[in-house]
Ligand binder design. Structure first.
Ligand SMILES: Cc1cc2nc3c(=O)[nH]c(=O)nc-3n(C[C@H](O)[C@H](O)[C@H](O)COP(=O)(O)O)c2cc1C
Length: 314
């Protein structure tokens, strides 16, 4: 089941979706067993921006009948904080590290790509293009010509693989994927979350602090499958498929639709070992022995002390 992806040798085709598995918190919770039984064959960091971000005001999560809606707002320590605090810890993981970056202008993305280009700990970069370009007001990833201009600016800055993470909130996602490929992207990944909204049942006002949020989990699966299928038919570069994957069957469906790798996101909140389980389920489906990763024992969410009052958002 080992697989070569953009020159990286991976032990199986299951990686994590950016922002859905905090490997530093997991190392604290699970100790060295996280390194011995790491659930993914590569680790994708949450999005890093040039400046630190607090993220959106609460509430940040809304549970859906089949998934989750979040308006976390990409909180992160910024480039300098990431290089100083997160990168040294993530470099200890036993798998290649893919750093996900996002900028509010081409110059910002170029600054991020240049900074990581010279770091040997970083195997590849994923460009999150789901944000507005402050210079033009359009979401970079919704417009093929914006994506082409972005790649033209950053492709010369590094020899590392550049993965463009496509947004599903675009009218012609395959056209955006083709523009990325023509301008030198090494791979594309999709889908990012789908824009959604929930209203507070009491006030009728938007529930989420960010007003709208991103839908993920099983609710997104059929949309992901259709978009991966159409993008894989439109490009020759590898495709990373994600959106609502919970089982080996879901992952096999995305790979049948044309994905080389499959990323697991929301499911890891429910089961931190989901990556290894899904890789094993895929192997069993193809008649091979299960992957020897195994389950992580313990919990990412230790029980609260009964002395601490537990505030809920509802
Ligand atoms: C809580 C949460 C945080 C996320 N953070 C990021 C992020 O930092 N960068 C990014 O590119 N995608 C982010 N995503 C999107 C996921 O990487 C993924 O594209 C999406 O959730 C679909 O996969 P899933 O249905 O398996 O979760 C986030 C998703 C969730 C649910």
């Amino acid at each position: 089941m080992s697989i070569t992806f953009c020159g990286l040798e991976l032990v199986h085709p299951i990686i994590n979706a950016s922002g859905t598995f905090d490997a530093i918190a997991a190392r604290r919770a699970f100790g060295d067993q996280l390194l011995e039984r790491f659930p993914f064959s590569a680790f994708v960091s949450k999005t890093v921006t040039v400046s630190p971000r607090q993220g959106n005001p609460p509430p940040r999560l809304w549970e859906l009948p089949a998934g989750l809606m979040n308006s976390i707002g990409l909180p992160n320590k910024g480039l300098d904080g990431y290089l100083a605090h997160d990168l040294p810890q993530l470099a200890q993981l036993p798998v290649p590290l893919i750093v996900n970056v996002m900028g509010f202008s081409r110059d910002e993305v170029a600054q991020l790509v240049s900074a990581f280009a010279e770091r040997p700990e970083v195997a590849a970069l994923e460009l999150n293009v789901s944000c507005p370009n402050v210079e033009t007001g359009t979401v970079m990833g919704a417009d093929p010509s914006e994506v082409a201009r972005l790649l033209d600016a950053v492709r010369p800055l590094t020899d590392k693989p550049l993965i463009v993470k496509l947004t599903p909130n675009a009218s012609d996602v395959p056209a955006v994927a083709r523009a990325a490929e023509r301008s030198g992207a090494s791979a594309v990944s999709l889908i990012n979350t789908i824009r959604g909204m929930a209203l507070d049942p009491q006030t009728g006002e938007p529930w989420l602090g960010g007003q709208t949020g991103g839908v993920s989990g099983p609710a997104a699966r059929a949309i992901a499958l259709a978009q991966v299928h159409s993008v894989a038919a439109a490009v020759s570069i590898p495709v990373i498929g994600m959106g609502g994957v919970q089982s080996g069957r879901d992952a096999a469906d995305l790979s049948r639709a044309g994905a080389t790798l499959v990323a697991v996101g929301t499911e890891s909140f429910r089961d931190p070992s989901a990556g290894a389980r899904i890789a094993s389920e895929m192997r069993l489906r193809s008649g091979e022995q299960p992957y020897s990763g195994g389950r992580l024992t313990g919990s990412l969410n230790p029980p609260q002390s009964t002395e601490t009052p537990c505030k809920t958002s509802q």
